[in-house]
Design a protein around this ligand. Sequence first.
Ligand SMILES: NC(=O)C1=CN([C@@H]2O[C@H](COP(=O)(O)OP(=O)(O)OC[C@H]3O[C@@H](n4cnc5c(N)ncnc54)[C@H](O)[C@@H]3O)[C@@H](O)[C@H]2O)C=CC1
Ligand SMILES: O=C(O)CCC(=O)C(=O)O
Length: 447
Amino acid sequence: MEDKIKTFMDEVITRNGHEPEFIQAVQEVAETVIPYIAKNEIYNGKNILLRMVEPERLISFRVAWVDDEGEIHVNRGYRIQMNSAIGPYKGGLRFHPTVNASVLKFLAFEQVFKNSLTTLPMGGGKGGSDFDPKGKSDDEVMRFCHAFMTELSRHIGPNTDVPAGDIGVGAREIGFLFGAYKKIRNEFTGVLTGKGMSWGGSLIRPEATGYGTVYFADSMLKTEGKSFEGKQVIISGSGNVAQYAAEKVLQLGGKVLTLSDSGGYIYDKDGIDEGKLAFVMDLKNKRRGRISAYVDEYPNAEFHKGKTPWEVPCDVALPCATQNELDGDDAKTLLKNGCIAVAEGANMPSTPEAIHAFHDAGILFAPGKASNAGGVATSGLEMSQNSLRISWTREEVDKRLKDIMEDIHDSCVEYGKEENGYCNYVKGANIAGFVKVADAMLAQGVI
Ligand SMILES: NC(=O)C1=CN([C@@H]2O[C@H](COP(=O)(O)OP(=O)(O)OC[C@H]3O[C@@H](n4cnc5c(N)ncnc54)[C@H](O)[C@@H]3O)[C@@H](O)[C@H]2O)C=CC1
Ligand SMILES: O=C(O)CCC(=O)C(=O)O
């Protein structure tokens, strides 16, 4: 089996050797899916996984825009249309200076499995730009979004490819992107998700990724007869996913001790309660400030410059910032301090060394493609509401989200349970996600 995995990875590395994040994501899938393929006759000799690691289409384009001083800037825009076997391409747009083809290909690849797990008919894609919204005025962000959509609009559509938000793309950017698409195509349609409530958005979409991550973690805790009640929880990030993960932890009776951004983390030993979280939401979403400002408002809290929160003792850790933010040493520290569960709100935040450490210790560990799937699932619900031209209530969408997260959890257990009773959620998510896409690809032939 090791040989089969190595031969496959050698071919992937030959073709994509300069793309470390993409190779990391593929390696994790290959280690669990290739043994499954070997045991299941129907997938043998079909090169299914090799077909899945090659994007159906990779679009790269120039985005030229003018800043407030009249200076012209050039950024690079991308859309990776990874796999459309089970539905239109679906996945977010990331605006961050670290964006490149490797990062977006890893995200698009993970998205294929994640979207399959949601049970909804969505293929996988991802896009974005190396544009940095930090420090830009609203007008500059608007001009950039309009320039970006001038090209992207040729490649997307409600039955073709439906982008949404990710790092650096929130409600403000989705508004500007939607406005440009509508103008260029003369069409009011559900071409993006994460829209505002008065123009086709869905209730609960802003909350969905964070809430879903906590619903998934709660399902894992329940398998051991535990719950969030009274648990000490550390969270990284302070953006969309982190904020609503924190909100749900509080609703379930847990205590949130940390939040972070690229400048460092804040530790509030008294707990970040609803009032303090409202301060963070205003700071991050409206004033677009740094998390360090938290300690000016709440002097009992500490700011740890340039550090990540994993050194703070906790029961549950929720990495909700970015890829590879939690490494093998961080995992050892978490384990030493008694952490019993880790659920990823971000995409691929744990390095392979960290995941091995969690598995070796036998703690509950949820990979992002399962635990953060609530965001895209609710995007799928937004698409359904757009097609039906109706809006479901908050309670209706939240109930559907919760049911989907429980279904994903159960699929992971079905495919991930080891002989000794331990659930390897990584294996479960990869195989459950793979089966549906692979079956559709087999049915559709070699194309
Ligand atoms: N927004 C969504 O619906 C979904 C987001 N995700 C993932 O969740 C993660 C967070 O995304 P959002 O909250 O939407 O983005 P956001 O832009 O709202 O927030 C990103 C957060 O990560 C922090 N961050 C970014 N780079 C960092 C770095 N190098 N070091 C430390 N902190 C850093 C930022 O300071 C910010 O707090 C990403 O991995 C994203 O791919 C996953 C599923 C859906
Ligand atoms: O809602 C969507 O389509 C985007 C979600 C996303 O980008 C993700 O799951 O990583």
